[in-house]
Design a protein around this ligand. Structure first.
Ligand SMILES: [Zn+2]
Length: 443
């Protein structure tokens, strides 16, 4: 509905809290510009007031509000306290610090019906789980320093060893009100577990700097459904959402995932104040490491394919050092692994790599003729990279077919010339893990 906003320009109460949801909204937004809708809302508020209930309240003093109209002002509206005792800082304009205002709003949101219900849900779910004891709602948790305390929404003892504080995440408005709490629970040897009412990807990303990011990019939702599941499974069940890093075409992409999980499947990290199902940070580090390894292998391949492959090349010596760090032996002279690497790279690429032959079949014949101790690895590679058809197609004279019969006989006889040079096993496993998987099972 478009049109001019029906709120007065300078409302005394500039924000109201919906006592069902706990959501705090600007008065201008609740009043809006739809006159019909507003008249209905006005009636609802009046009826609720008459029955001693409130739909909306002032988030600073928690007194219920109703809609009033300034008739001389072309039917413009504003919220008024149900009882005007002159104490509300919103009216008296008394000096409340920004932090005090936020703390008041935070406490107001905690009194919403949705929040109260969620506390019950968490406590009831905890009582379903025999792993938890001493389930308490809104109980003071006093620090070792007796002057310091917190009152978590719900707390319970897990496996008789670690006390967990469950706090309901109300809205991103309050992030900094709650961020400091982690320190308190860390010092107490407890653990803080945030529970969200609902999941919103955009919201989750906004909280990334705080709860979400600091919690290994896992967040937990509880509600009527998880309560049912907790009762059925006799375990605290939570809906976990996490942002999982995945390798897609050489890039790391974050993807949202979700699963309903029992608390016993979560990892508890008291030092980091983290409770998580998937170790997203660990996965990301792993993927970054993997990407680095792939890049190293790719650089080495390109150098091997395109250069003259002198043992004196800086690239060769750098590769020898890098490979050595990974427990992979490269010889001093490139010639010593020429047959092995040319053969396996050719099989992998489906074309001749390293030799100046026109066809793949020539590379295969060269291996069979001149590098008998590479035959076993080469055969495994032909299988893994599925080069059977290519060989058949290119073997116009049938030379390869003859060689296969020949080397198969030698292999069957256990001819020592065909034994593979095992010092290069780590090299095969590193550069061609799929070939190694077959070869290492081959006797
Ligand atoms: Zn007020």
């Amino acid at each position: 509905m478009t049109g001019p906003c029906l709120c007065v320009d300078d409302p005394e109460i500039d924000e109201v809290i919906n006592l069902d949801t706990g959501i705090i909204s600007p008065a201008r937004k609740v009043i809006g510009s739809d006159y019909d809708r507003l008249e209905k809302l006005r009636m609802e508020l009046a009826e609720a007031n008459a029955s001693g209930e409130s739909l909306y309240a002032c988030p600073i003093c928690m007194v219920g509000v109703y809609l009033s109209c300034r008739r001389k002002d072309e039917k413009r509206f504003f919220f008024k306290h149900r009882t005007e005792n002159g104490n509300c800082p919103a009216i008296t304009r008394s000096e409340l610090s920004k932090d005090e205002m936020l703390a008041r709003k935070y406490n107001a949101a905690k009194e919403s019906r949705a929040h109260i219900r969620l506390k019950e849900i968490i406590a009831d779910s905890l009582r379903c789980d025999p792993g938890f004891s001493e389930v308490e709602t809104e109980k003071v948790w006093r620090g070792m320093d007796r002057t310091k305390w917190r009152k978590p929404d719900v707390q319970a003892l897990w496996k008789g060893t670690i006390r967990i504080a469950f706090e309901i995440q109300l809205s991103t408005t309050f992030l900094h009100v709650i961020a400091e709490r982690r320190n308190f629970y860390r010092q107490e040897g407890g653990l803080l577990c945030w529970i969200f009412k609902s999941f919103d990807q955009a919201e989750a990303r906004m909280t990334q700097d705080d709860i979400f990011h600091n919690n290994n990019r896992n967040l937990f939702i509880a509600g009527e459904e998880t309560l049912k599941a907790s009762a059925a499974d006799k375990a605290l069940m939570l809906d976990c959402h996490w942002l999982e890093p995945q390798a897609v075409n050489g890039e790391v992409i974050d993807a949202w995932c979700e699963e309903r999980v029992p608390f016993s499947h979560l990892q508890l990290d008291a030092a980091g104040q983290r409770v998580f199902f998937r170790d997203c940070d660990g996965l990301k580090a792993g993927l970054a490491h993997q990407a680095g390894e792939e890049a190293l292998k790719q650089r080495f391949f390109i150098w091997w394919r395109n250069s003259k492959r002198s043992w004196q090349d800086a690239e060769w010596n750098e590769a020898r050092q890098e490979f050595k760090k990974r427990g992979v032996f490269l010889p001093e002279y490139t010639y010593d692994v020429l047959g092995l690497l040319n053969g396996l790279y050719s099989a992998r690429e489906g074309e001749c790599i390293g030799w100046k032959h026109p066809n793949f079949i020539s590379a295969a014949n060269t291996v069979a003729n001149s590098y008998k101790n590479v035959i076993r690895a080469f055969r495994a590679a032909l299988l893994v990279y599925d080069r059977g058809d290519l060989l058949k197609r290119e073997d116009k004279k049938g030379n390869w077919a003859k060689r296969v019969i020949e080397y198969k006989k030698k292999l069957a006889e256990g001819d020592k010339d065909y034994d593979r040079d095992e010092q290069y096993d780590p090299l095969i496993a590193f550069l061609f893990p799929e070939v190694w998987a077959v070869l290492s099972g081959d006797k």
